[in-house]
Design a protein around this ligand. Structure first.
Ligand code: ADP
Length: 145
């Protein structure tokens, strides 16, 4: 049974995340969506809201589980006995950021990170843009599941 953890803030989950998760299911039997409780980040949505959005989006798919976590993603991997982290890459900025984290995670543990390139139709979408649209009362419906 091949499992992967898809960690993130998901503030809120977007169709970009959903695209990576759905395509990840072609490679993994189970994907655990891990919502980080990062105290240094100010979120628009509470942890409970972020978890609820994700649970609702994947309610019909038993291959997806959702949970929150604190601390290092590699420690969660260890606790859940999962050795693969799944991440999405939209652009070179994502790449530079993700590269360092993946290298450090690999240096600390045997956890590998698998990257999927974002699909062209969702590569422009980010949680921060969706938050900006919501704040300014724009129509965000097409960008979230
Ligand atoms: P974090 O705060 O850890 O970056 P996010 O919720 O912003 O968490 O993102 C989680 C993962 O989803 C990251 O790997 C990010 O690059 C990826 N991601 C976010 N938006 C998209 C998108 N539109 N297409 C592909 N991957 C995405």
């Amino acid at each position: 049974m091949k499992k992967a953890i898809f960690p993130g803030s998901f503030d809120p989950i977007t169709i970009g995340h959903v695209d990576i998760i759905n395509r990840g299911l072609h490679m993994f039997d189970e994907i655990i969506i891990a919502v980080g409780e990062n105290s240094s980040k100010t979120n628009m949505f509470s942890l409970e809201e972020r978890l609820k959005f994700i649970t609702t989006a994947f309610k019909d798919d038993s291959r997806i589980t959702v949970q929150s976590y604190q601390g290092l993603t590699v420690d969660l991997c260890d606790t859940l006995n999962v050795s693969v982290i799944l991440r999405g890459l939209r652009n070179t900025t994502d790449f530079e950021f993700e590269k360092s984290i993946a290298n450090v995670n690999q240096a600390m543990t045997n956890v590998e990170t698998v990257f999927l390139l974002s699909s062209p139709i969702t590569s422009h979408i980010s949680s921060s843009i969706v938050r900006e649209i919501i704040k300014n009362k724009g129509d965000y419906q097409n960008f979230v599941p």
